[in-house]
Design a protein around this ligand. Structure first.
Ligand code: ZN
Length: 423
């Protein structure tokens, strides 16, 4: 969001406390996105008077979110107070539940990773409670690390590969996990509450939606309208329009993995036939590239280990691996062309596992877009390889968990003290 948008919203709000909170959030966001600056410049750039900005910065300093330093003392030549974000004061926790792996990451306000845990699982043979117990265990480990680092946790957001009802916060349907109507957030919250430490707010969201949040880049106009293809066992997707992830009426937009692409094709985890993910999901790639007893299919492997083996085989020009990648890339491009013809995005992001294998998949995707998109030059759409790959969803979950603090930094005073009140 641009600073100007926030300024407009702030000026339209009548409640003085809400105005103050939103302005503090504006300053905090500005420091996070553009780095430390003098108090005067910060006031100028956020459209606040110097007096108002000074008061708000003092409040942010009292909350432990910024430090102020006299620039004269540092010999900078120009008088003025330098304001700097204290990124480590607060963090968000993101978790991801996938069919074959779990991941948890804690990211602080400056964007630095302060804790990270991953584990391979066999999500289809474990009951939902078993999977959620594992997730809660990993989240608890991340909370313990945050506690040790003296960092307040703003919230926990769990990404699930499936439909999440944004109003009820329940997982409506996760076909590849075999889940129906599961209250994942409440289950994890209850498990965490059984421990001694207080529990920050827990929410649940679609993992591809969270991945798209991590892929947003306000500085890149080609990412304001974008389609994120998030490759995992199946295929998750998210549509970004005007710089925001489009949730749809109930939060169920982006289920592109179930676009019917092959009426005579394979049975999908959702019960239909020929869904796009049956030919582009990791399961499809593994079936094409390996035999059932191939060690790369061992469920105890983490996703990273599995992908590292496939990358190694592709680099060694293993014929079967390259043929499987070409086939998946062509199917990926065939479906992507439907989306590009429909949405004319600036960028199609190859995320999740596609990013790790991007150098082999992208040429095939680009070739299909060139052939199948009606508009000239494939609609001007770029095919980008995600920098975060399979970690985008957990990272996005952590970033989303920090949003309440960025919207209103005063909420920090109400968050549970996880670290014995050192602030
Ligand atoms: Zn399906």
């Amino acid at each position: 969001m641009r600073d100007a948008d926030i300024t407009v919203r702030v000026s339209a709000t009548a409640d003085p406390a809400a105005v103050r909170a939103a302005r503090m959030g504006l300053l905090l966001r500005s420091l996070r996105d553009r780095g430390p600056r003098s108090r005067g410049r910060l006031a100028e750039e956020t459209g606040l008077t110097r007096t108002v900005a000074t008061g708000l910065i003092e409040e942010l300093a009292e909350l432990g979110l910024v430090t102020c330093e006299d620039a004269d003392r540092r010999g900078a030549g120009r008088p003025g107070v330098q304001v700097r974000l204290v990124g480590s004061s607060v963090c968000g926790v993101g978790a991801e539940i996938n069919v074959d792996h779990l991941a948890v990451v804690a990211v602080d306000l400056a964007g630095s990773v302060i804790a990270e845990f991953r584990r391979g699982i066999d999500g289809r043979s474990l009951p939902p409670e078993g999977v959620l117990a594992e997730v809660a265990g990993l989240v608890d480990d991340a909370l313990a690390e945050a506690r040790t680092a003296g960092t307040t946790v703003a919230g926990i957001t769990i990404g699930v590969a499936g439909l999440v009802d944004t109003a009820t916060q329940r997982v409506t349907l996760a076909p590849n996990l075999g889940w129906r109507d599961i209250d994942a957030a409440e289950d994890v919250r209850r498990r965490l509450a059984a421990g001694a430490a207080p529990v920050p707010p827990v929410r649940v969201a679609n993992e591809a939606t969270l991945a798209a949040t991590a892929e947003l880049d306000p500085a890149d106009p080609d990412r304001a309208d974008m389609v994120v293809l998030y490759g995992e066992v199946g295929l998750g997707g998210a549509i970004v329009s005007g710089g925001r992830v489009a949730p749809g009426r109930h939060g169920w937009a982006g289920e592109i993995g179930h676009l019917p692409v092959d009426p005579r094709g394979r049975l999908c985890g959702c019960g239909r036939t020929g869904c796009w993910e049956t030919v582009v999901g990791l399961r499809a790639l593994l079936e094409a590239a390996t035999d059932p007893d191939d060690p790369v299919r061992d469920p105890v492997l983490t996703l990273e280990e599995r992908l590292a083996t496939l990358v190694e085989r592709a680099r060694l020009a293993d014929g079967r691996t390259l043929a499987a990648l070409a086939e998946v890339g062509t199917w990926l491009g065939t479906g992507a062309a439907v989306l590009v013809n429909t949405l004319n995005p600036g960028t199609v992001v190859l995320g999740g596992y596609y990013a790790v294998l991007g150098e082999w998949l992208r040429p095939a995707v680009e070739a299909r877009l060139a052939a199948d998109v009606l508009a000239p030059r494939a609609g001007g759409t770029q095919v980008a390889i995600s920098a975060f790959g399979p970690t985008a969803a957990v990272r996005g979950g952590a970033l989303v968990s920090l949003e309440p603090v960025l919207s209103d930094p005063t909420v920090l005073a109400d968050l549970p003290e996880l670290h014995g009140g050192t602030r």
